[in-house]
Design a protein around this ligand. Structure first.
Ligand code: NAP
Length: 255
């Protein structure tokens, strides 16, 4: 378990799934965590759970598709903790699953503005602070869908591909200031997103069994590791939890 004592970390999409597990794991590693999402009672509940376990956590309502919300979130972290050591760009949606020819333009655009604009908003607001302090890590939660076209997922594949490229571009611009930007492709994870995918019945991912997916604890532990010096060689890259070497490096499986 990496030692993240004294670090201030923001996790977007922390109301459930990978984000909630990551917030808990980061706190167990000693970090002070800000949990952000739209569902107030859920992030407040998760933050309380962390405090009940002796950790430091706060909940901030934030819709990542709105830049003002994200700016407010980042400023809150800076004013509360005096710094921002890591930002986990985790918020994302799979809905609306469906074919392009029958898609609702407003719903399609809303999904891409969460999955892509949301990542841009986080990086845009965090970089000036991290570059000034000459330290920081930004982790974007990517997806295999960024590199593989899937029926019914045009909004998801396109926005994840765009977020992937943005993450690599951000690293090019920030690395010289000591800021690491990295992407994690988690594989398939047993969260509510996979429940929605299964219910859609579209494309091979929906045919997978819930037991085929990894537990959210795996990406959570991997994200903590990515926030530590031990993972600095992977900055500017996308790593995948399908990669057996990465699973070993994080300590998820034995040698
Ligand atoms: P999940 O259980 O559905 O959780 C998604 C989270 O994103 C929730 O906390 C949700 O909170 C938040 N969110 C959605 N829209 C938001 C918005 N506009 N502003 C702020 N927060 C928002 O899904 P998950 O599986 O944990 O997914 C987390 C990330 O992993 C996503 O980026 C997803 O694309 C990626 N991923 C997942 C899988 C998988 O198999 N599960 C595979 C590859 C990548 P609110 O609704 O409360 O706002």
């Amino acid at each position: 378990m990496p030692d993240l004592s004294g670090k201030a970390v923001i996790v977007t999409g922390a109301s459930r799934g990978i984000g909630a597990a990551t917030a808990m794991e980061l706190a167990q590693c000693g970090a002070s965590v800000i949990l952000a999402a739209r569902t107030e009672n859920q992030i407040k509940h998760n933050a309380q759970q962390i405090r009940n376990h002796g950790g430091q956590a706060e909940a901030v309502i934030c819709d990542v598709s709105k830049y003002k919300d994200v700016q407010g979130l980042i400023s809150h972290c800076e004013s509360t903790f005096g710094r921002l050591d890591a930002l986990i760009n985790n918020a994302g949606v799979i809905d609306p699953i469906g074919h392009i020819a029958t898609s609702d333009p407003a719903a399609w655009k809303q999904a891409t503005s969460i999955n892509f604009d949301g990542v841009y908003h986080g990086i845009r607001a965090a970089l000036p602070i991290m570059m000034a302090q000459k330290y920081g890590t930004i982790v974007t939660i990517g997806s295999g869908a960024a590199h593989s076209a899937l029926e019914g997922w045009s909004h998801y594949c396109s926005s994840k591909a765009a977020a992937h490229m943005l993450t690599l571009c951000a690293h090019k611009e920030a690395a010289a200031s000591g800021v690491h930007v990295v992407s994690l492709s988690p594989g398939t994870v047993a969260t509510e997103m996979q429940v929605l995918i299964k219910a859609s019945g579209i494309n091979p991912v929906s045919q997978m069994d819930h037991s085929d997916h990894i537990d959210a604890e795996w990406p959570a532990k991997t994200i903590c590791w990515l926030c530590s010096e031990g993972a600095s060689e992977y900055a500017g890259q996308e790593i995948s939890l399908r990669d057996a070497d990465i699973r070993r490096r994080v300590g998820l499986v034995s040698e």
